[in-house]
Design a protein around this ligand. Structure first.
Ligand code: PEP
Ligand code: MN
Length: 336
């Protein structure tokens, strides 16, 4: 733990040092340029950083004991901005990714792409390799889906994102999409994380359905430690006892991750709720919580979708949502 004190009195310093000694930590004190920097090393159970933060004269406490280092706010104070094609995440703009759960065909994707781009989306989504709970469900168009994604991307002029489920397909996917999505089921697939790190492609790292925020940040640490800094986190709901919604959208994650990490964070209200009627209000809640963007499922005809039709917006619903979000963004001094 590093305690930074600004122009402290001798008494204030002594109080902090006295408290640290009570916790049996090794302590070093350094004075430079009006700051007093106190380093305390020892068992993390022996102190409570929040307590020191509230002591008079203390500017900030930097814990060097967090298991995630490179993705931590301590490591980098300023927000990281991630670029994927023409899409940008983590600046003042609210970046919206939209499109179908799965690529079902050229026409379906083209129609969706034109509609979501016109409404204000900066990136098109579409699964080509679908990680389905049942082996009997549609598994995605695979390589053909990637070809369609690339063709539609070029025709409409919008960057694309798709989920990568297997380390062996990272290379081929990187040739077809602007951003690689790691889905909830693979958040702790460490072989896959290392491979996407090697690819250097921007990565959207979704939170595991049962992952703590620390486990999620440790997964991001794998990618950053592997040399790829282009990571956007995505809260997509966690598993709880509630059954009326598909998942419980944990919006605590947005402000908390902002405190813990310099990485951008977006929200997926489609998987987070499983219900298209909840997507509009939860998108607004996500913006209110400070999200850098959203990823929303949109299908030209949700009742005919091969996957996740229940949570998909029609292009018309989506256009209306973006109009409403634009008003909110303006009031918050942000843009879409
Ligand atoms: C998806 O985005 O289509 C998807 C499968 O999401 P998740 O991994 O969050 O379930
Ligand atoms: Mn889906």
């Amino acid at each position: 733990m590093i305690i930074v004190m600004t122009d402290p009195t001798t008494e204030q310093i002594d109080r902090v040092l006295g408290k640290i000694r009570q916790h049996d930590l090794d302590v070093h004190c350094l004075k430079s340029y009006g700051k007093t920097i106190i380093t305390a090393i020892g068992d993390s159970a022996g102190y409570n950083a929040e307590f020191y933060e509230r002591m008079p004269g203390v500017e900030k406490v930097v814990s060097i004991l967090t298991p995630f280092k490179l993705v931590s706010r301590e490591f980098r104070q300023e927000n990281t901005v991630v670029k994927a094609g023409s899409a940008v995440f983590g600046d003042n703009a609210i970046s919206i990714i939209a499109g179908p759960c799965a690529v079902e065909g050229y026409e379906q994707l083209l129609e969706t792409a034109i509609a979501v781009k016109k409404a204000g989306a900066c990136m098109l989504r579409g699964g080509a390799y679908k990680p389905r709970t049942s082996p009997y469900s549609f598994q995605g168009l695979e390589q053909e889906g990637l070809t369609i994604l690339k063709a539609v991307s070029e025709e409409v002029g919008i960057p694309v994102i798709s989920e990568v489920t297997d380390p062996r397909t990272v290379e081929i996917m990187s040739q077809h999409v602007d951003m690689l999505q790691i889905g909830t089921r693979n958040m702790q697939n460490f072989v896959l994380l290392k491979e996407v790190a090697r690819s250097g492609r921007p990565v959207l790292l979704k939170r595991g359905a049962s992952a703590t925020m620390e486990e999620w940040l440790m997964a991001a640490e794998y990618i950053m430690a592997g040399g790829n800094e282009n990571i956007v986190l995505c809260e997509r709901g966690i598993r709880t006892f509630e059954t009326y919604t598909r998942n419980t959208l944990d919006l605590n994650a947005v402000p908390l991750i902002k405190q813990l990490s310099h990485l951008p964070i977006i929200v997926d209200p489609s998987h987070g709720t499983g219900n298209w009627r909840l997507v509009n209000p939860m998108s607004k809640a996500s913006l209110g919580a400070g999200a850098d963007g959203l990823i929303i499922e949109v299908h030209p005809c949700p009742e005919e979708a091969v996957s996740d039709g229940k949570q998909s917006l029609t292009p018309c619903n989506f256009e209306q949502l973006i109009k409403e979000l634009q008003l909110m963004a303006n009031a918050m001094g942000r843009v879409i």
